[in-house]
Design a protein around this ligand. Structure first.
Ligand code: UTP
Length: 402
């Protein structure tokens, strides 16, 4: 079937419009149309069928007092692995940060008050604490997207990578996915330009492998994958790595104890006996409020997007298809008059894969508790909960001058 027919078959004839497009752009546009993954696009018809969850149960985790008892042993194991080049850090920075409302890469956000303090800067400082302690640099693999790659690279270069050696840094771009309106029509963001957005953080491993970002660092046995939007993120943590290795599990997840039953964080639990992260809106009220005999929440482990994955296991599961989530978002698009609109409200669906689904695929996972006031300062919104303001307060609490 040629492209025109394919578009027709999927009810997307509105995309067949090349009016005024220079030949080069026409070629690009055609290539984009040809690359559309229709199986994914058709998922808009059943956005997020959540009824398919298995039997959910609480999971056993490693709590802070137990970690403290064995801190030295775990640190020794972790530091040795780091010194032997077995750990790489993977920074997920391909998101668009729509809730923060800045068009620049989130890591380039200046969170300082009297002097600049960029999110990337603070995170690299945290990483340098570890590398200083271990006496070696850890490869830092940074995932960007087509939307922010050039800006991210230029920003970090112009700041001298905040003191991290360039030879240990590699960038790779994640793939893009098209978006549809609530009627399932693919959206355009310009003439001959599909409204594309990064395909979610679950694609990091395949994108990294495709780009060969880890090629220059043979011997990696663990990937520590973390999000850009937590300014207290402690990455390449030897104690976390040591504990995960000692546990024999194929994945580790830093978790915090939820501060309230209805806190909006994903919860690590067991689903049909396998580790699984379920979103806060998937947890029933009853489950969210369940307590054990000590009065503690039974579903207590909130994930903070800081995971360790065994390289060997990732290789094994690379062929499996990660589920695609259909997510309501505000999507800038051309209206019927060809005018670009930036909607105030959600107007369509994006298709995303999520890293939390990789925890299930990993098959086993160690929940590793950290103190939230020391390691969890998310920057999602401009004000209020998980915002620039709340992150600043937490930074100050941790002795960071702003
Ligand atoms: P979020 O789920 O908070 O998404 O990302 P986001 O795009 O940054 O922000 P909103 O929802 O539009 O406001 C969690 C982490 O995953 C990364 C982000 O950069 C952040 O570190 N991420 C997210 C990617 O790397 N790629 C994506 O496609 C999505």
């Amino acid at each position: 079937m040629d492209i025109k027919q394919t578009l027709k078959a999927h009810g997307q004839e509105h995309l067949w419009n090349f009016e005024g497009l220079p030949p080069e752009e026409r070629e690009d546009y055609l290539a984009r149309l040809e690359a559309i993954d229709w199986e994914t696009v058709e998922l808009w018809k059943n956005p997020e069928d959540l009824s398919g969850k298995g039997v959910i149960e609480p999971i056993e985790g490693l709590r802070i007092p137990e970690i403290e008892k064995r801190r030295e042993e775990y640190a020794r194991i972790g530091k040795q692995a780091i010194a032997e080049g077995k750990l790489a850090a993977v920074l997920l920075a391909g998101g668009q940060g729509t809730r923060l409302g800045s068009d620049s890469p989130k890591g380039a956000y200046d969170i300082g008050i009297t002097k600049p303090l960029y999110i990337f800067e603070q995170q690299i400082k945290n990483l340098l604490d570890v590398t200083r302690d271990c006496g070696v640099y850890v490869p830092l693999l940074i995932m960007t997207s087509e939307k922010n790659d050039a800006e991210t690279r230029a920003f970090l270069r112009s700041h001298g990578y905040f003191g991290y050696p360039e030879s240990y840094i590699r960038f790779f771009e994640q793939e893009m996915a098209p978006s549809v309106g609530f009627d399932g029509k693919l959206l355009l963001e310009g003439k001959g330009k599909l409204a594309l957005s990064p395909n979610g953080n679950g694609g990091w491993y395949s994108s990294m492998k495709r780009a060969g970002a880890d090629r220059d660092f043979p011997g990696i046995e663990w990937y520590n994958v973390y999000s850009v939007d937590n300014v207290l993120q402690r990455m390449a943590d030897p104690v976390f790595l040591g504990a995960t290795i000692a546990s024999g599990k194929l994945c580790g997840a830093k978790v915090v104890c939820k501060n309230a039953p209805d806190e909006k964080v994903g919860v690590l639990c067991l689903e049909n006996g396998a580790p699984s992260v379920i979103e806060y809106y998937e947890l029933t009220q009853e489950m969210a409020n369940m307590r054990d005999e000590k009065g503690e929440l039974r579903y207590i482990y909130g994930v903070i997007l800081n995971y360790l994955f065994s390289a060997r296991r990732l290789e094994e599961i690379a062929q499996e298809r990660i589920p695609v989530h259909v997510v309501k978002k505000k999507i800038a698009h051309l209206d019927e008059n060809g005018i670009l609109v930036k909607p105030e409200r959600e107007n369509g669906y994006k298709f995303e894969t999520l890293i939390l689904d990789m925890v299930k695929l990993a098959g086993s996972c160690l929940p590793f508790e950290v103190a939230r006031e020391k390691e969890f300062a998310p920057v999602k919104n401009k004000t209020g909960v998980d915002s620039v303001e709340s992150a600043r307060a937490l930074l100050r609490q941790n002795g960071v001058e702003l």
